[in-house]
Design a protein around this ligand. Structure first.
Ligand code: SAM
Length: 372
């Protein structure tokens, strides 16, 4: 079934109105849509808020408030919620964090999810530090798609950015994944002006060598990015200019997709992506939601309020009751957080999304809690 909707027509002003959403629905499943006709298709499961790196764009502070361990969802609880989500049309699930490979026995959860026929796309995002030890077990458990975050090929830069000396382990992790046969390997790079914008070509060439598609992400002022400023953003336009100077003609890959990355083709056929959340937000096709490790469900990366699914689950809610909560939440969804952040910028007033004091009071507002 194909659904066309003029989803943003009811929004006033701004360049994004009257954009068409063109979504192919899964057959045989019910599909719920939000107030802008966007389907619920995609859930990112954060399995821990802990991380073994301290990237400046995500976790720049010295101290963090962590989620209480007793609140962490068990694998059985996660699997039960996933059943409800897939009944409602979700067919893409991504494991994330924090650093997901810090979650004990993660392959056990992967195996539980890999057996669910309704999940068409099961993937994981990792910083790669623990990947060489876990790649085999994850693959054997049924995980075949991986994204590894890699911001630099320079070990010293890596240490300056992440405040950890683990670059060699990340590269070893990527190599282990390649050897194990993970297909669709992706490398995600947050590009920051004056930090790593001189590495775009080297990263694409590295991607070619390891058989991975590189995706460049604009620096976003999500919760936790307390050092964000617009002059640190190296935009999609800047990236394309830089890459054209070196590679020549770059074609846009034409495809219908709700994926965040827009993809491009180099003259030799190499594909790379750009996720331009800051300068060209894609809220109109966003079908993603996020479940934190303690069961709070967020309908937008920028949302400051979530829906608590842990409490009803632990109070013994039935699958139908959980489905009713999720359905009501999604049907009321009006979020278009990245577009609203961009509009603020255009008006010339923009402070970081969430101030430090507030992050300390509610760690759910942190990017590392809700998952990227
Ligand atoms: N630890 C895992 C990893 O490093 O891939 C998964 C969690 S991490 C929060 C997920 C993604 O969010 C990473 O690719 C990271 O680079 C991205 N990210 C975090 N803060 C960001 C920011 N301020 N702007 C853009 N991307 C960001």
């Amino acid at each position: 079934m194909r659904i066309m909707g003029d989803v943003f027509a009811m929004l006033k002003g701004g360049p994004m109105i009257s954009q068409q959403i063109d979504t192919i629905m899964p057959t045989g499943l019910q599909t719920i849509t939000d107030t802008f006709d966007r389907p619920l298709r995609n859930v990112r499961l954060s399995v821990t808020d802990r991380c073994n790196l301290r990237c400046q764009y995500c976790m720049p502070e010295e101290e963090y408030v962590w989620l209480p361990r007793t609140n962490m969802l068990t694998f059985e609880e996660i699997a039960m919620l996933v059943d409800v989500f897939t009944d409602l049309g979700v067919d893409k699930v991504r494991l994330t964090g924090g650093e997901p490979l810090l979650r004990k026995e993660l392959p056990v959860l992967v195996r539980m999810l890999a057996h669910k026929a309704r999940i068409k796309d099961l993937a994981l995002t990792t910083n790669g530090v623990l990947l060489s030890e876990q790649a085999d077990a994850l693959y054997e458990a049924g995980l075949h798609r991986l994204t590894v975050s890699l911001d630099t090929l320079d070990p010293q830069r890596f240490q300056a950015l992440t405040r950890r000396d683990m670059h060699v382990r990340v590269l070893a992790g990527i190599e282990a994944a390649r050897q194990r046969g993970f297909h669709g390997l992706k490398l995600d790079t947050v590009v920051m002006r004056g930090y790593n914008d001189d590495e775009l070509i080297d990263l694409i060439e590295y991607g070619k060598r390891v058989g991975a598609e590189v995706r460049f992400i604009e620096y976003m002022d999500v919760g936790g990015a307390t050092h964000w400023s617009m002059d640190r953003v190296f935009s999609r336009a800047d990236m394309l200019t830089r890459l054209r100077q070196y590679y020549g003609r770059i074609e846009t890959v034409v495809e219908v997709s709700s994926a965040p990355a827009q993809r491009f083709r180099l003259p030799d056929g190499t594909i790379f992506g750009i996720i331009a959340s800051t300068t060209m937000p894609f809220c109109r096709t966003c079908d993603r939601s996020r479940l934190t490790a303690d069961g709070m469900w967020y309908l937008c990366l920028y949302a400051t309020k979530g829906i608590d699914l842990r409490q009803p689950l632990r109070d013994g809610a039935s699958l139908q009751e959980l489905a009713a909560i999720i359905t009501a939440g999604w049907q009321a969804r009006r979020d278009r957080g990245a577009e609203e952040r961009k509009a603020l910028e255009q008006r010339g007033s923009r402070e970081t999304l969430v101030q430090l004091e507030r992050l300390r009071q509610d760690p759910h507002l942190e990017m590392h809690t809700r998952g990227g």
